[in-house]
Design a protein around this ligand. Structure first.
Ligand code: HEC
Length: 279
C-alpha cells in the first residue's frame, strides 16, 4: 500500500515538472524577444589588478582619487569609505590627516548643538554631496547620482564599464543606430552614451577635456587616462581587499594540492593490507 502511494506521489511530482517544462518550452518558442537598445559592451582595459597575479598601481589609485575629489565628488558620494582608508593608497598618516582636513564634513556646534560644518578627520566617512535625495534629484534633471563606493561591483564588468562610460560619450547616436531605434536620440537634459544600457543618461560628460585634472606625477591627463584612473580608484573603493584576496588564493591552492597528495598517500597506506580477491 505504502509503495503504491509513493509511486503516485512520485508520478504527481514528475507530472508537474513535465507540465511546467512544456509551458516553458512553449513560451520560449512563441514569445517575442524583448528588444533592448543596442548598447556596447565595455572596452577591456589592461588594469594592473587584472589576473591572478594582479597588483594595485598606487600611482594610478592616487590619480583616480584626485579625479574623484575634483570632479565626481560634486555629485556622487562614496559613503562606505573613510578618509583613514586612504592610507591603503600609499599616503602617510600625516598626508591622510591633511587630506581629511581639506574636505568639509557636517558637524555640530558644541555650544548650541546646531548643525554646522567642520574640516574632516581621518575617522570621518567621505561626505555626501547633497543633503538628501530630493536635493540630489532637483539638481540633476530628476536623476539621483548613485553612491559610487560599490559601483564597480554593481555593474557587469564594472571596472571596464566605468572607464568606458566616462570616456565613451558621443554628441549623438551612430546614424545606423538612430535609423533603427529613433528612441535612441537623447531627450532634453540627457546625454548620449553607447555604453549606458538606456543609451542616454542624465549625467553630462564629467570628464570632458584633456588636462581637466592636473596630475602631479607627470602622467598625461587624457580623457581616457582620467577615466581609467578613476575606474581603478572605484575598483579599490568597492573591494579594497581585492589584491589580498588574490594573494591568499595561492597558498590556499598549494595547501589543497598538498592535502590531496597526502590524502591519496594515506588512502594507499590504509588499504594496503586489503588484498584484491583472487578468483
Ligand atoms: C554634475 C553631476 C555629476 C558629476 C560631476 C558626475 N556624475 Fe556620475 N552621475 C550623475 C547622475 C545625475 C547620474 C545618474 C544618471 C542617470 O541615471 O540617468 C550619474 C550616474 C553615474 C554612474 C552610474 C551609471 C549607471 O550605470 O547607472 C556612474 C558609474 C557615474 N555616474 C560615475 C561618475 C564618475 C566616475 C564621475 C567623476 C569622473 C561622475 N560620475 C561625475 C551626475 C554626475
Amino acid at each position: 500500500m505504502i509503495r503504491l502511494i509513493s509511486i503516485f506521489v512520485g508520478l504527481g511530482f514528475a507530472g508537474v515538472a513535465l507540465i511546467s517544462l512544456a509551458f516553458g518550452a512553449y513560451a520560449y518558442a512563441t514569445d517575442e524577444p524583448v528588444a533592448h537598445l543596442p548598447y556596447k559592451k565595455p572596452e577591456k582595459v589592461d588594469f594592473s589588478f587584472n589576473g591572478p597575479f594582479g597588483k594595485w598601481d598606487y600611482g594610478q589609485l592616487q590619480r583616480g582619487y584626485k579625479v574623484y575629489k575634483e570632479v565626481c565628488a560634486a555629485c556622487h558620494g562614496i559613503k562606505f569609505v573613510s578618509f583613514r582608508d586612504l592610507a591603503d593608497l600609499g599616503y602617510t598618516e600625516a598626508q591622510v590627516k591633511a587630506e581629511a582636513a581639506s574636505w568639509t564634513v557636517p558637524g555640530i556646534d558644541p555650544d548650541t548643538g546646531e548643525a554646522t560644518t567642520r574640516p574632516g578627520l581621518p575617522t570621518d566617512p567621505f561626505p555626501e554631496p547633497y543633503p538628501n535625495n530630493v536635493a540630489a534629484a532637483a539638481a540633476n534633471n530628476n536623476a539621483i547620482p548613485p553612491d559610487l563606493s560599490l559601483m564597480t561591483k554593481a555593474r557587469n564588468d564594472g571596472s571596464n564599464y566605468v572607464a568606458s562610460l566616462l570616456a565613451g560619450y558621443q554628441d549623438e547616436p551612430d546614424p545606423e543606430v538612430l535609423a533603427e531605434f529613433p528612441e535612441a536620440a537623447p531627450g532634453p537634459g540627457l546625454y548620449h552614451n553607447p555604453y549606458f544600457k538606456n543609451l542616454n543618461l542624465a549625467m553630462s560628460p564629467p570628464i570632458a577635456i584633456d588636462d581637466q585634472v592636473a596630475y602631479d606625477d607627470g602622467t598625461k591627463a587624457t580623457v581616457r587616462q582620467m577615466s581609467e584612473d578613476v575606474a581603478a580608484f572605484l575598483t579599490w573603493t568597492a573591494e579594497p581587499s581585492l589584491i589580498k584576496r588574490k594573494q591568499t588564493g595561492w597558498p590556499v591552492m598549494i595547501f589543497l594540492l598538498f592535502a590531496t597528495v597526502l590524502a591519496y598517500l594515506s588512502k594507499q597506506q590504509i588499504w594496503s593490507a586489503v588484498k584484491p580477491k583472487k578468483d
